[in-house]
Design a protein around this ligand. Structure first.
Ligand SMILES: Nc1nc2c(ncn2[C@@H]2O[C@H](COP(=O)(O)OP(=O)(O)OP(=O)(O)O)[C@@H](O)[C@H]2O)c(=O)[nH]1
Ligand SMILES: [Mg+2]
Length: 211
């Protein structure tokens, strides 16, 4: 079996097996023990983190998604496999303009402290809406991750909302930008939870990241 087929096989098996909600952590005191590898979903509010986690695991209601920005307010941990092999972490979004300043600040600290300080975090998936590209607040997070040497990969979401040409353009632009960031994976993943584009690739990327 080639490495690539072995990886595909493993990805298919892993994500069709048991995946369960473990716990929500409103602050760092409530984190589960750092005893398994983890992959985190980060990005601006409403970018599609919870929806992509559901598409990845092929379970519609696992993570709660919503039209209204600010839906996910805690770090939500999901365990993959039985016995569990690794965890997925659905994070609150950042950059939600309508959040009360105190709340936005609390989430910001929670996100930064978790990403910077979690020893078992293997990779952060940094989700970016394909229609919007990188915003200043994304660049700030990227700078923080670069500085802390936390490995991350840009994942474009909602690609179904763009035609082929603009999608290819934004992917190329982001790949150029990723190359200038020390901790960023140089390749961009393009996904749509709606059409299923890139979901198999994302599964393989997660398996590779925890490997
Ligand atoms: N067309 C389209 N819509 C999507 C896609 N992914 C997510 N959405 C929509 O985007 C909205 C936000 O999705 P969520 O998954 O709740 O976003 P989130 O990043 O978890 O948001 P917060 O938890 O508030 O930070 C929902 O209305 C989703 O249906 C996609 O691939 N295509
Ligand atoms: Mg969410």
């Amino acid at each position: 079996m080639t490495d690539q087929t072995a990886l595909e096989d493993m990805a298919r098996k892993t994500f069709s097996g048991p995946i369960d909600f473990l716990k929500s952590a409103p602050t760092l005191e409530f984190l589960p023990d750092a005893d398994l590898p983890e992959v985190a979903f980060a990005g601006r509010s409403n970018v599609g983190k919870s929806t992509l986690l559901n598409a990845l695991t092929n379970r519609k209601g696992l993570a709660r998604a919503s039209n209204t920005p600010g839906r996910t307010q805690e770090l939500n941990f999901f365990e993959v496999g039985n016995p569990p092999q690794f965890r997925l972490v659905d994070m609150p979004g950042y950059g939600f303009a309508k959040a009360p300043p105190q709340v936005a600040k609390r989430w910001r600290f929670l996100i930064n402290d978790f990403l910077r300080g979690r020893p078992t975090l293997k990779r952060t998936l940094l989700l970016v809406d394909a229609r919007r590209g990188l915003k200043d607040i994304d660049r700030e997070l990227m700078a923080m991750l670069d500085e802390a040497a936390v490995s991350y990969r840009i994942v474009l979401t909602k690609s179904d909302k763009l035609k082929d040409k603009p999608l290819a353009d934004v992917t190329a632009t982001l790949a150029e930008q990723a190359k200038t960031h020390a901790a960023a994976h140089p390749e961009i993943l393009t996904t749509s939870a709606e059409s299923g584009l890139g979901i198999d690739e994302l599964r393989k990327a997660v398996i590779q990241a925890i490997g």
